[in-house]
Design a protein around this ligand. Structure first.
Ligand code: SF4
Ligand code: SF4
Length: 290
């Protein structure tokens, strides 16, 4: 089983469009994993029919049992996150502010505070329009621990690949270089970096490559919208060569990408010429790198 992770240093490079396209080009051999759990959108293109859903719990939240509370105020004094307030002798915890540190529960003289598991998202397994399976998730707004949820999605994808005898997992990673990206990279065999020819595109690609170096992972780069700034595209190619990153291909700017997204389709379903370019890139990745 091989794991291919698709990343971009910044949002808006076309990463998810390309992930969905490669997912369809690999139909019948693949499990998809949407690890952009803070802002997942692969489902918009893959039309999942949910087969199973489960709650994702991460960390803890404090809860005051009013019957046991004597209104001493010690919990409010120690909470560094201003999560506890009171009216007269009634103490309450604001779950949005609670960081689950547990200090209030330790200090409470009457053991009136319980620490309960915090539900912070959902994990789904779905059949997608190609007939393949996708593991995906949604983190609740403001919830922490996206890295843990990414690890959970990846674990589910591996189980599915074994169950359905699939040789490849394609992971749609989060943009940036934060915790969900690090979590996406664990266990990867190859990374596709999607970038665009702009100052921020190159800058964020450089940051991402620094992260990849620590994992000693092989990577290739796709320059999307390459014709918008040919000089910057050349700069990106030179950077990639210096860091032994394969240039997998360049794509032109084309309104067809946006039009396909509006239709809820991948670009390979709507545009023949871009499909040919992406098929070539896909075949090259298969042959050379995984
Ligand atoms: S420390 Fe315990 S008893 Fe005191 S106000 Fe808080 S919950 Fe109530
Ligand atoms: S668990 Fe920590 S953050 Fe939450 S209310 Fe208690 S002291 Fe505050």
């Amino acid at each position: 089983m091989r794991e291919l992770v698709i990343l971009s240093g910044k949002g808006g490079t076309g990463k998810t469009s390309l992930t969905a396209s490669f997912g369809l080009l690999a139909a019948g051999t693949v499990v998809l994993a949407d690890c952009d759990v803070d802002a997942s959108n692969l489902h918009l293109l893959m039309k999942p029919e949910v087969m199973s859903a489960e709650a994702f719990f991460s960390g803890e939240l404090a809860h005051i049992n009013p019957e046991s509370c004597i209104g001493c105020g010690k919990c409010e004094e120690v909470c560094r996150f201003d999560a506890i307030s009171h009216q007269a002798k009634t103490y309450r915890i604001n779950s949005l502010n609670c960081e689950g540190c547990g200090y209030c529960a330790v200090i409470c003289p009457t053991q009136a505070i319980d620490m309960n598991p915090a539900r912070s998202g959902n994990l789904f397994v779905s059949e997608i329009k190609s007939g393949d399976i996708m593991a995906h998730a949604r983190l609740f707004p403001g919830a922490d621990n996206s890295g843990k949820l990414v690890a959970r999605v990846k674990m589910e994808a591996k189980k599915l690949a074994e169950k359905y005898n699939r040789e490849l997992i394609i992971v749609d990673g989060a943009p940036g270089i934060g915790c969900p990206v690090i979590s996406s990279l664990s266990g990867a065999d190859y990374v596709i970096l999607v970038t665009e020819p702009s100052a921020s595109g190159l800058h964020d690609l450089m940051r991402l490559v620094e992260v990849l170096k620590k994992f000693r992972l092989k990577a290739g780069c796709i320059i999307n919208k390459a014709d918008l700034h040919p000089e910057k595209a050349v700069e990106i190619e030179d950077f990639c060569k210096a860091y032994e990153i394969d240039i997998l291909g360049k794509l032109p700017y084309d309104k067809a990408f946006t039009e396909a997204m509006i239709e809820g389709k991948t670009i390979i379903e709507t545009n023949k010429s871009i499909r040919i370019v992406l098929e070539e890139i896909w075949n090259n990745i298969n042959l050379k790198s995984i």
